[in-house]
Design a protein around this ligand. Structure first.
Ligand code: UN1
Length: 478
């Protein structure tokens, strides 16, 4: 019998008949965990527990809150091998990626342990004599967090850690296919001494998570996932008067100019496009390459792709794990077919790979001879697939980079300072990467995009308090 993971509400473990299974995408015979079902009443119960616990948590000393987050970080670090392996088993990232992501989550908790003490207001002279004006940053109350499967511990950590640091209580609804990693994070927070009810974890279907948007006791909702779902949540949040933060899709361009160092361009593209099986909203999915380097770049990238070891995520030799689910595999294959129909050439990869265990193994794919209007250059695929557009010069590359509905991350590989700085100021993206992959970000600086990629204040680092606190302005007549 597989491991049934209970919901975690108000410090209690709430079971129920197994409703959903999480399976190892590297070995479909391996059921990682099962979770009970959950309905609107369960969401309501979690919100009640969070609302009950929040005032005392917010009133606690920031040192008390900070110490707990710091301890959670230390515990995660100490258990990074175990939790990293669980992540690799449940989501399909490689062991190194799984451990790396767990360490990142650990450092996020430690960072926000410190930030709990750094929340500050301002003092100003009033325009009226005798009055003093100060501002304070205060907790919002209960926040709802809805997180995706592709970073099953880093994203819950980078939402929950600032929420908790600044005195909010949390109801987390993780993705259905990665419940074991979410449970591991709940265990760590409990072990770190977080008071009951401050962090609640519910395994409910996506449609029930809408309840988080409707309940008047929830002050704010932070979501990472698809654009369609995000936009619907935004409408509901507006109707219900809630603060909302959305991180959604990307169709991130990586521009490679004639003057680029070829080896560097290949290394940057390989990482940005294919690591983590391309399942990052920051992945480099459009390679925009100028004429003079195009053929050499494609040949070298294709060679390097051929050397990537695709296989079981828990095999230490593996560089590219499987894609996360059958649904993902179907979507990716559908897009490869669309690319061919619309005149693209699958220059390499895209085929299913057979391995000793049955899993969702796909050879990383490179689509060449594509044009900007093709669907593979406009819609997020979310897999180990990159399409190449040939352009004549920097200006055309920049125009193409900006052509599309998304604006999350944008990269350029060049040795020209002039082109790098023109790109940095003119590209429409929330994050710009110069001679670095579009994916892979630091946790102490703001994260977020422009256009259809994001809505609301930035996540992470020194920007995180903008979403998770509100300003109170105090006038004092001495
Ligand atoms: C990264 O590139 O390091 O869901 C993080 C995603 C993003 C996170 C990317 N929100 O892929």
């Amino acid at each position: 019998m597989s491991n049934l993971l209970p919901h975690r509400i108000g410090g209690e473990r709430i079971g129920g008949p197994a409703a959903v299974e999480s399976r190892n995408p590297s070995d479909l015979s391996d059921v990682v965990a099962t979770t009970p079902g959950g309905d609107a009443a369960l969401v309501e119960q979690a919100i009640s527990a969070a609302a009950l616990a929040q005032p005392e948590w917010a009133a606690a000393s920031p040192e008390f809150r900070g110490d707990i987050l710091d301890r959670a970080g230390a515990l995660l670090m100490a258990q990074a091998d175990r939790i990293g392996a669980l992540l690799a088993r449940e989501e399909g990232k490689t062991l190194a990626e799984g451990r790396g992501e767990t360490m990142r989550a650990a450092r996020i908790f430690r960072y926000f342990g410190g930030e709990a003490l750094r929340l500050h207001g301002r003092a100003l002279d009033s325009v009226r004599p005798g009055l003093e004006v100060t501002t304070r940053q205060e907790a919002l109350g209960v926040v709802g967090l809805i997180t995706p499967w592709n970073f099953p511990i880093a994203i819950p950590a980078w939402k929950a850690a600032p929420a908790l640091a600044f005195g909010n209580s949390v109801v987390l609804k993780p993705a259905g296919i990665t419940p074991a990693v979410a449970s591991a994070m709940a265990d760590i927070l409990e072990e770190a001494g977080l008071p009951a009810g401050v962090f609640n974890l519910i395994f409910v279907p996506g449609r029930e998570a809408g309840g988080l948007c409707e309940d008047p006791r929830v002050a704010a909702l932070s979501f990472t996932g698809s654009t369609g779902v995000g936009r619907n949540l935004a409408v509901s949040a507006a109707r219900n008067g809630k603060r909302i933060q959305l991180e959604m899709g990307g169709k991130n361009p990586l521009v490679v100019l004639d003057d680029a160092d070829l080896d560097r361009a290949v290394a940057v593209a390989l990482d940005g496009s294919f690591f983590s099986s391309g399942q990052r909203c920051t992945a480099s999915s459009r390679l925009i390459v100028t004429d003079g380097i195009h053929d050499r770049f494609i040949a070298a990238l294709s060679d390097a792709m051929g050397r990537l070891r695709v296989g079981h995520a828990l095999d230490p030799e593996t560089q590219i794990g499987p894609v996360a689910s059958e649904e993902q595999r179907d979507t990716i294959e559908a897009y490869l077919a669309i690319a061919s129909e619309q005149g693209g050439r699958i220059a390499r990869g895209g085929e299913r790979l057979s391995r000793p265990t049955e899993g969702y193994f796909l050879a990383p794919a490179l689509i060449t001879e594509t044009t900007a209007d093709m669907r593979v250059n406009r819609e997020e695929i979310f897999g180990p697939v990159a399409s190449v557009v040939r352009v004549k010069d920097f200006d055309e590359a920049l125009a193409l980079a900006n052509d599309g509905e998304f604006g999350l991350s944008a990269g350029i590989v060049t040795t020209s300072l002039a082109h790098a700085s023109a790109f940095r100021s003119r590209v429409q993206a929330g994050m710009v990467m110069i001679n670095a992959p579009t994916a892979g970000v630091d946790y102490h600086v703001p994260f977020g995009g422009t256009k259809a990629s994001s809505m609301g204040p930035r996540e992470q680092g020194f920007a995180a308090h903008e979403f998770y606190t509100r300003t109170k302005t105090v006038y004092t007549n001495a």
